[in-house]
Design a protein around this ligand. Structure first.
Ligand SMILES: Cc1cc2nc3c(=O)[nH]c(=O)nc-3n(C[C@H](O)[C@H](O)[C@H](O)COP(=O)(O)O)c2cc1C
Length: 177
């Protein structure tokens, strides 16, 4: 499979990156081809809501979304990777999701497989309730097929994450595909 990982953490060597690396290793072992897109360093602007795209058509904003669009529409799977920011995804990742607007129907028609990789400082059982609700709703709406979620409770720093069970979970998720 061709897998596109939307890497939504601004920290290149942070906890999200640890899960992404482990996932990619597992997926590679299973024979898949992963491309990690560092969206925090890409030129991506928030949707302005002009709807000149008509929910399917050229966006008036000319930035790196055009590249991401091409990659997603030719992929088999998308992975959303994000640290928890105020109980949701990062603004950088949300900007990419909102810009789905201009290729909404095409993306719907792709029926991509999907996964969520996330980390948070908090370890309470409710830590990921809002993020997972959002992710599952997105999956349902856009006709993705969820392949799994790695929810890194208590992963506040790279050291905490490295000694947790979650890198192995991310590896196994990639390996299982
Ligand atoms: C702006 C910001 C908001 C955050 N919000 C939350 C939060 O709502 N809940 C939580 O448990 N951790 C929160 N954190 C902690 C991060 O999710 C956590 O440190 C994570 O490991 C960072 O991942 P990274 O190394 O990929 O940046 C927040 C961190 C930042 C910088």
């Amino acid at each position: 499979m061709k897998i596109v990982v939307l890497m939504g953490s601004p920290n290149k060597n942070g906890s999200t990156a640890i899960l992404v690396d482990s996932f990619v290793q597992g997926a590679a072992e299973a024979g898949h081809n992963c491309e990690v897109i560092d969206i925090c360093r890409a030129d991506i602007h928030p949707c302005t809501g002009c709807v000149r795209c008509g929910y399917e058509g050229p966006c008036v904003q000319k930035d790196d979304v055009e590249v991401i669009r091409g990659k997603l529409l030719s992929a088999d799977m998308v992975v959303f990777a994000t640290p928890l920011y105020y109980y949701g995804m990062t603004a950088q990742l949300k900007a990419v999701v909102d810009r789905f607007c201009a290729y909404n129907s095409s993306l719907n028609g792709r029926h991509l497989k999907s996964a969520l990789l996330t980390v948070a400082w908090n370890a309470d059982d409710w830590t990921f309730e809002a993020l997972t609700a959002h992710y599952k709703t997105l999956v349902r709406y856009i006709h993705f097929e969820d392949m799994g979620m790695v929810l890194g409770y208590g992963c506040g720093t790279p050291a905490m994450t490295k000694r947790s069970k979650y890198p192995q979970e991310a590896f196994q998720l990639g390996r299982s595909l």
